[in-house]
Design a protein around this ligand. Structure first.
Ligand code: NDP
Ligand code: 2IT
Length: 444
């Protein structure tokens, strides 16, 4: 494989998909060496078959808003690769959603799911619809309309969606309800379901907790204690909230959180009580993070990201490309020594290069945020055996999975000088399993 050629071909065939090109380029440049040790991969044109999704569904979603007006949005499901298990990955509802963003997410998901040690292929879906500002009934009608198209493409052994940006327990509940009605079955076709109807304990917490567990594994390699460390988090949604919860319980000091309007900086640290307010503010009132600053009298910076604040550790948990080269340099200048990604692809290629050059602990999302989909996999298992595991049991399994992912990164990412390149480690480990499965299954 010649990475330049593969990339230029993909760019020519699939123009105007910058996020997809970005994700593919990052993976290909890091797996090139390993890939080229296996000439049989090229003979089977594995690389194109791995980069181009198996199939893409896109459809119009028509729904009626509270004023009685008929609205349309565009919905998608990308079934990227099912070599190691059914397609699996979240649904994103956000006005920015387009085919490029979902293709990058589905591509990343394939490698991430491979790392989890569980049998899951990669997929992603969504719509250019933002639940924020919509009434509960509007969200319900949208979810129902979305699923009237999606349902025929998914199933418990075919493709299992879950949450992502803009899709939490409420949206999964509405989508599952409509799916169940149309498919005439009550199976584990969605994960992130309510506990009363097949959801798993710890699924809401899993991405944030898992990211902290991964961070702890990285810190362990340097004998660094998390206690007292100052952490900057971005986002204030599902992932950010449970990242903060776990960090606070371990004695770290969380100083920032954000939303798409700006960030709050609390020099005293967000404690358990203040975090409970954030849970209420974001999940029940569906308010803005600015209100935290008003309530607790701390700094709020409109229209900015938190990376200029001095911290030991950064845990981006909002969205893609939220740390650019300048942000990365600001973090490093202020002494940040670890970055663990809760979001998918939050660092631009320039930012990643800065982190790797500085040889800090840097965990890419596909390793660090894999806890969410891992517990989704455990939810699928529980649904299949028609049993529910305890909180402790699931949490223990999650910890072990994160430890295992960390080991895989070390295995393929440790350099001669001892530095662990987690980007390379995660990409090569994730790739090798999918590649071997694809080789064994013939040319499809
Ligand atoms: P939520 O919708 O719960 O929260 C998203 C948060 O990020 C909100 O605070 C939101 O602010 C902010 N945000 C979203 N888009 C932007 C933007 N364009 N610019 C700035 N801020 C933005 O989503 P999740 O917490 O579930 O997801 C966060 C990230 O984690 C995503 O990258 C997702 O792909 C990734 N992830 C999620 C997993 C999961 O299990 N949920 C698993 C693995 C990764 P606002 O309210 O203003 O929109
Ligand atoms: O990016 C992700 O891994 C998720 N949004 C979770 C996917 C899932 O199927 O739980």
């Amino acid at each position: 494989m010649e990475v330049k050629k593969v990339l230029s071909d993909l760019k020519r065939r699939f123009p105007n998909e910058p996020e997809y090109h970005q994700a593919v380029e990052e993976v290909l440049t890091t797996i090139e060496e390993e890939y080229n040790k296996h000439p049989e991969f090229d003979r089977y044109n594995l690389i194109e078959r791995l980069c181009i999704p198996d199939r893409i569904f896109s459809f119009r979603v028509t729904w009626v808003d509270d004023k009685g007006q008929v609205q349309t949005n565009t919905g998608y499901r990308i079934q990227h690769n099912n070599a190691i298990g059914p397609y699996k990955g979240g649904i994103r509802f956000h006005s920015s959603v387009n085919q490029s963003i979902l293709k990058f997410l589905a591509f990343e998901q394939t490698f991430k799911n491979s790392l989890t040690t569980l049998p899951m292929g990669g997929g992603k879906g969504g719509a250019d619809f933002t639940p924020r500002g919509k009434s509960d009934m509007e969200v319900m009608r949208f979810c129902q309309a979305f699923v009237t198209e999606l349902w025929r493409h998914i199933g418990p052994e075919t493709d299992v969606p879950a949450g992502d940006i803009g899709v939490g327990g409420r949206e999964v509940g509405y989508m599952f309800g409509m799916y169940k009605k149309l498919a005439r079955e009550h199976t584990g076709t969605f994960t992130g379901k309510g506990l009363e109807f097949g959801g798993s304990l710890i699924r809401p917490e899993a991405t944030g907790y898992g990211n902290v567990y991964f961070l702890l594994e990285m810190l362990k390699t340097k004998n660094i204690d998390i206690k007292g460390k100052v952490v900057a988090i971005s986002g204030s949604g599902n992932v950010a909230q449970y990242t903060a919860e776990k960090l606070i319980s371990l004695g770290a000091k969380v100083i920032t959180m954000s939303d798409s309007n700006g960030y709050i900086y609390d020099p005293d640290g967000i404690d358990a009580e203040k975090l409970a307010y954030i849970f209420e503010l974001k999940n029940v009132q569906r308010g803005r993070i600015k209100e935290y600053a008003e309530k607790y009298g701390c700094k709020y910076v409109e229209g900015a990201r938190p990376w200029n604040e001095k911290c030991d550790i950064a845990m981006p948990s909002a969205t893609q490309n939220e740390i650019d080269g300048d942000d990365a340099r600001a973090l490093l200048k202020n002494g940040c020594f670890a970055v663990s990604e809760g979001a998918n692809m939050p660092s631009t290629p320039e930012a990643i290069a800065e982190f790797l050059n500085a040889k800090i602990l840097y965990a890419p999302g596909k390793a660090a945020n894999a806890g969410g989909v891992s517990v989704s996999g455990l939810e699928m298992t529980q649904n299949s055996i028609k049993l529910g595991w305890s909180k402790e049991e699931v949490d223990e399994k999650l910890k072990n999975i994160m430890k295992d992912i960390h080991n895989q990164c070390i295995r393929y990412g440790k350099q001669e000088d001892g530095y662990v390149n987690y980007v390379k480690g995660a990409n090569v480990a994730g790739f090798m399993k999918v590649a071997k499965a694809m080789m064994a299954q013939g040319i499809l």
